[in-house]
Write a protein of this length. Structure first.
Length: 112
């Protein structure tokens, strides 16, 4: 999981794309891919690895939002409630705009 390729699973309401797309209105993969291109994770706690991406104004470079992406580098969730069917790491558990329950719609339109 420390490589640049991170698994993005469809998941369900608790984790994966179906969780962060619905619960946090983050349907675009562009912020996730930007977070994974960082030189190092923001936080590491065992198998839980967090990344951040800055969503900026392309005109003046001002940071408008911080997208936090949380991954699990194990074949099961940290509470062992979910295990991957293929034996590979869970990958992205959730992603959200830091400090907000739902990302604004414009975040989904940011180019990669």
């Amino acid at each position: 999981m420390r490589s640049r390729e991170k698994k993005k699973r469809l998941g369900n309401g608790a984790l994966g794309y179906n969780h962060y797309a619905v619960q946090h209105n983050l349907r675009s993969f562009a912020p996730l891919e930007a977070a994974f291109k960082t030189t190092k994770p923001d936080k590491i706690n065992g198998n839980r690895i967090e990344y951040i991406a800055y969503v900026v104004n392309t005109g003046n470079g001002a940071i408008h939002k911080i997208v936090r992406v949380i991954t699990q580098n194990a074949r099961h969730s940290s509470d062992y409630a979910y295990e991957t069917p293929d034996g590979k790491p869970v990958g992205v558990i959730t992603a959200y705009c830091q400090g907000e329950n739902k990302c604004p719609d414009w975040v989904n339109k940011v180019p990669s």
